[in-house]
Design a binder for this molecule. Structure first.
Ligand SMILES: Cc1ncc(C[n+]2csc(CCOP(=O)(O)OP(=O)(O)O)c2C)c(N)n1
Length: 603
C-alpha cells in the first residue's frame, strides 16, 4: 500500500475493499483464498481491531460471518466466484435470516478464467438467492460501495453481495481515505422467529424476503450507484462493472446508464433511459444478465448478438463489436511466445507425477499447483473438476469398474484442498467400502494462491502459531487403516510405497510430505545446486521428462554425436541451469548414468 497524500491512497480494488471494511467498522471477516479475491483478507489482516481468518472452505467462511453479524458485528466473507458455489447453502437461507450487524459477501469473479476452472457470472446468485448486489467499476468505487453495502444491509435487514471481477480486483487507482466508524456493540439476542429456519418460520420469512427485495428495488431507482449520464448520439448504452469503463473509453460522448446496483435492477430508471435514446445497447461481460432484464421490461435492445458472452471484454472487443470501422485501426497484432505454466524447479509434486506416469494408473486430480501434473511432459492427471472432487470421482470410478477396479484409479489432492472438501470424500470412500488410493500432496501451504496458511501449517492468517492438524491422524480417524508417509523427492522409495498402496483392496492414503520450495524458510536454506556432467549424459531424457524448468535439452546437429565422442544414435544432451536449481535431487534420482551430481562431487 502506498500513501500518496494524507487523504488518498494508491490501492488495488482488493486493497480498497479491505480499507473500506476497516472503515466500515467490520470486526469479523472470514473467507477462503482464491484468485482474484485473496488479497482482500490478506490486507485486512494487517489492520488492527479486525478479527480475520482463513476458513477451511467458503461455506465455513460465510457461516462464520453470518454468526458474527447475528451477534451484532459488521462482518464480511470473501471468496472467488466458485467459492460461492461452496457457500451457496448458507447463502440461500441467509436472506431469510437477515442480519443484525451488516453482512457483506464479496464475490470475485474471473471472466476469461485467468486462474479458475470455469467462468461463471455470479450476478445470477444475487437473483437466485434474493440478495441485493453492488458492482464497482474501479477501486475508489469498490471502497465507496462496500461502505454503502453495509449501510444497505442494515437498512434492509439482509446480507448484500459485492461483486468484483479480476480487473477491478487487481487494477490500482486513487482511493480516498476516511475514518473508521466505531464498530457496533455485540451481544447475543435470541430471536427464533427470525433465526431458526424451521419450515413454519421459513414460510413466514419467505414473505419478508420478498418485502426486503421490493424495498431494495425501490432503492435501486434512487441510489446514485445507478445513474444516467447524458450524452450525444442516438445510441445509448446500459452497462456496469468494468464494462462501463470500456464503454466510456470507446464512446466517451454517448448517453450511458451506469448500473452499480445490479440486483435488483432499477426498472423505472431503465425505462426512462430507454425512452431518452433511439437505440439501446447493453454492454456487459459474461451472461446477458442486464440484457435479459431489459427485455423483460419490453424494451428492445442489442447485447449478446454483438458482444461476446464469454471471456473478458476490453476496448478493442467493444470497438470491434460496436464500431468496426474504427476497430481495424485499433487492433495491433502482438505475437508473443506462449508461456505454458509449469511446476517450479524443485517442486515436490513433480516426483509423484513422475511415479504416477510410471505406474500407468488413471489419476483423478484436483485443484492446486499440482494440477500442472496434467501437462506434458508429466501428463499424469486425467480428471480435474472442482476442489475436493479427486477422491470422490475416483470412488465413483472404482464403483463403476466393479471388482478389480481398485488398482486402476488413484486420486491426488493438495493439503489445503484436502481440508477444504477432500476429507468428506475420503470419509465416503471408507464408509462405502471403496479401495482407491488417495495421495495427499502435503507441501505445508496453500501454494497456488500465494502461500496462505491453512489448518495443517500450524499458523493462522497473521502467521501466529495455531493448532496444527495432523493429516495422518485425521485419515486414520476416518477409518483408513493404511496410511503411508513418503518423501516425494525420494523417487524410488515413493514408487515402491505407491505400488504397495495401490495394490491393496481397501482404502489407502499416501501422504507425500515435503515443503513447497518457495516457502520463505525454504528460500533461506543453503541450496547446493545440481549440475550436469555432460560427458556421462547418454541423452536418455529421463531428467528432461520431469519437466523441470532448470533442465534444458540441446539436440545434436547432424554428425555432432560422433564428432564429440558420443554414441552415433544419441540425440542430444541435457543440461542443468544451476541458477534455477532448487536442490531437490529428483533429476539425480532418475539419472541412470551418473550424469547429475552436486557440483563439488562432479569435479
Ligand atoms: C471453491 C474454490 N475455492 C478456491 C479456489 C482457489 N484454489 C484453487 S486450488 C486452491 C488450494 C491449493 O492449495 P493446495 O491444495 O494445498 O495445493 P498447492 O497449490 O499447495 O499444491 C485454491 C485456494 C478454487 N479453485 N475453488
Amino acid at each position: 500500500m502506498t500513501i500518496i497524500s494524507g487523504t488518498t491512497m494508491w490501492l488495488s480494488g482488493n486493497e480498497a475493499i479491505a480499507l473500506a471494511a476497516y472503515e466500515a467498522g467490520v470486526t469479523v471477516a472470514s473467507g477462503y483464498p482464491g484468485t482474484p479475491s485473496t488479497e482482500i483478507l490478506e490486507t485486512l489482516s494487517t489492520y488492527d481491531g479486525v478479527y480475520t481468518e482463513w476458513a477451511p472452505n467458503e461455506k465455513v467462511g460465510l457461516e462464520v460471518a453470518i454468526g458474527a453479524c447475528l451477534a451484532g458485528a459488521r462482518a464480511m466473507a470473501t471468496m472467488k466466484h466458485v467459492g460461492v458455489n461452496v457457500a451457496a447453502d448458507p447463502l440461500f437461507t441467509s436472506s431469510y435470516v437477515g442480519v443484525r450487524g451488516g453482512l457483506v459477501l464479496v464475490t470475485a469473479d474471473d471472466p476469461e478464467m485467468h486462474s479458475s476452472q470455469n467462468e461463471q457470472d455470479n450476478r445470477n446468485y444475487a437473483l437466485a438467492a434474493k440478495l441485493p448486489m453492488l458492482e464497482p467499476s474501479d477501486p475508489a468505487e469498490a471502497k465507496a460501495m462496500l461502505l454503502d453495502a453495509f449501510r444497505l444491509s442494515e437498512e434492509l435487514d439482509t446480507p448484500v453481495m459485492l461483486r468484483i471481477t479480476s480487473r477491478v480486483a487487481h487494477v490500482k487507482g486513487v482511493v480516498p481515505k476516511g475514518e473508521r466508524r466505531t464498530p457496533p456493540p455485540c451481544a447475543l439476542a435470541k430471536d427464533p422467529a427470525k433465526m431458526v429456519m424451521l419450515p413454519a418460520i421459513a414460510r413466514k420469512r419467505r414473505v419478508v424476503v420478498e418485502e426486503h427485495m421490493n424495498r431494495a428495488a425501490a432503492i435501486a431507482n434512487e441510489t446514485p450507484w445507478n445513474r444516467i449520464e447524458t450524452g450525444a448520439g442516438k445510441r445509448g448504452f446500459i452497462t456496469g462493472g468494468v464494462s462501463y469503463l470500456y464503454v466510456k473509453e470507446t464512446f466517451p460522448d454517448a448517453p450511458v446508464l451506469k448500473l452499480g446496483m445490479t440486483w435488483p435492477l432499477p426498472d423505472d430508471l431503465i425505462r426512462r433511459f430507454a425512452a431518452s435514446v433511439e437505440e439501446v445497447v447493453v454492454v456487459e461481460e459474461l451472461d446477458p444478465f442486464l440484457e435479459r432484464h431489459v427485455k423483460t421490461l419490453g424494451i428492445a435492445c442489442q447485447g449478446k448478438n454483438l458482444i461476446p458472452n464469454r471471456g473478458e471484454l476490453n476496448t478493442d472487443i467493444v470497438l470491434a463489436a460496436l464500431a468496426p470501422e474504427r476497430a481495424a485501426k485499433a487492433f495491433a497484432a502482438i505475437d508473443l511466445p506462449s508461456r505454458p505454466p509449469n511446476m517450479c524447479a524443485g517442486c515436490p509434486h513433480r516426483g509423484i507425477f513422475h511415479n504416477l506416469r510410471r505406474l500407468k494408473v488413471f489419476v483423478s486430480g484436483d485443484i492446486g499447483c499440482y494440477t500442472l501434473g496434467a501437462l506434458p511432459p508429466l501428463s499424469a492427471m486425467d480428471t480435474c473438476v472442482c476442489m475436493g472432487a479427486s477422491v470422490t470421482v475416483a470412488h465413483g470410478m472404482v464403483k463403476a469398474l466393479g471388482v478389480g477396479g481398485h488398482d486402476k484409479v488413484v486420486s491426488v489432492v493438495g493439503d489445503s484442498t484436502f481440508i477444504h472438501s477432500g476429507v468428506t470424500g475420503l470419509i465416503n470412500t471408507v464408509y462405502n467400502h471403496s479401495a482407491a488410493t488417495l495421495i495427499i500432496l502435503d507441501n505445508r501451504t496453500t501454494a497456488m494462491t500465494g502461500h496462505q496458511e491453512n489448518p495443517v501449517t500450524g499458523r493462522n492468517i497473521k502467521g501466529e502459531p495455531a493448532h496444527q492438524l495432523d493429516i495422518e491422524t485425521l485419515c486414520r480417524a476416518v477409518g483408513v487403516r493404511h496410511v503411508y508417509v513418503v518423501n516425494p523427492h525420494d523417487i524410488d522409495a515413493a514408487y515402491k510405497t505407491l505400488k504397495e498402496a495401490i495394490a491393496l483392496t481397501e482404502p489407502s492414503v499416501v501422504i507425500a510430505k515435503a515443503p513447497c520450495v518457495l516457502l520463505p524458510e525454504m528460500r533461506r536454506r543453503q541450496i547446493r545446486p545440481y549440475s550436469s556432467n555432460q560427458q556421462n549424459c547418454a541423452g536418455c531424457m529421463a531428467c528432461v521428462k520431469l519437466g523441470c524448468p532448470a533442465i534444458s535439452w540441446t539436440p545434436f546437429t547432424e554428425g555432432e554425436a560422433e564428432r564429440r565422442g558420443y554414441k552415433a544414435t544419441q540425440k542430444g544432451l541435457s543440461k542443468i541451469d544451476e541458477s534455477m536449481c532448487n536442490d531437490c535431487g529428483q533429476c539425480a534420482a532418475v539419472c541412470k548414468f551418473q550424469a547429475i551430481f552436486h557440483r563439488e562431487e562432479t569435479k
